[in-house]
Write a protein that binds this ligand. Sequence first.
Ligand code: GN1
Ligand code: MG
Length: 374
Amino acid sequence: MLPAPRGPPILHHEVNRVQIQPASYAFQLTGEPISCQEFGHGHINTTYKITTDTGNEYVLQRINQYVFHDPVRLMANASAVTDFIRARVSDPRLALHFLPTAEGLFYYRDPQGEFWRMYEFVGGFCLDAPESPEDFYQSALAFGRFQQMLSDFPADTLYETIPEFHNTADRYRQLRESIASDPMGRLAEVGPEVEFLLSREEKATTLQTLREHGKLPVRVTHNDTKLNNVLLDKVTRRSLCVLDLDTVMPGLSVHDFGDAIRFGAATAAEDEPDTSKMGLDLEMFAAYTRGYLEAARGLEPLEIEMLPMGAYVMTMEVALRFLKDYLDGDKYFRVAYPKHNLVRSRSQMALARDMEAKWSEMDRIVAEIARQIG
Ligand code: GN1
Ligand code: MG
């Protein structure tokens, strides 16, 4: 049994009093919680920053069970990975530190059946867009180091939190299902978008085909390498660690590279409604390529050659996922307004189109940086 919440409510509206406060007290934190703010811009879990009267800060998250069906095994993955990393770094801020509950678990299941977890907030910050190529280079180092440190992690012990997560061919199959059922009657509105995606299916499934033919090595990867999943030091702006370990699973390095480019080397936000503003920033692309190749040593020649393809495939895949969710009635990604997923999907298609136009430059940059790093 949990102790009854101590002290005054840390928040005022009902959901907070009923859910957030007991969840906060379930974990072994230092001090009494005195404030709680919504935090971050993830599309899946709900995140809060908790501050206590001793000045300690924590991140509390409610795990989205529509997306993640087994939070207990998910947390077993996340804690195994963070333990493994913690044993390899000297500065504790370079690894996440989950808090246990009184029972020694890394999750708390509340009476409503919701799952919560908490980790220490070590005083860094996250960015939704790089303010300079250096910021983006720093995030590349973080994801590259993550890849490198987990290169001897026993991949077969990881539970697949979302099976076929980056199987782009399977994503096409799922899109076709939504097109066929059109549950919200929205298909008529998205003819050009559907045509855009379907006409590029072969190219967008290149990496899945290579994976199935054993041409690309399967590694322990992060699979959600958005810039805002990297924590930077407030003072030095150097990268500390990567966050959001829900999708750490066996996967492809090129997907990790590609998703980071899609989000951080774009000239506009992921949900920019004016698609004429959306494109690929080659300077950012080069900064990330340099950081990733410096930190993730030992990539095979085909992995390096496929980095531009990784950027393209991840952009197409998420364009497809946003469109599918729009057709399905916005069940998966949190939306701020009715057509949000359609707007996101269109912006990602504009980015993919710009990548098609800049392909030879991406290839040239990758080859040049790979040659310099050796
Ligand atoms: C989701 O949770 P968040 O916002 O970091 C999604 C990613 C998408 C991304 C698009 C588990 O990431 O796959 O690329 O939104 N995560 C999951 O912004 O589906
Ligand atoms: Mg996230």
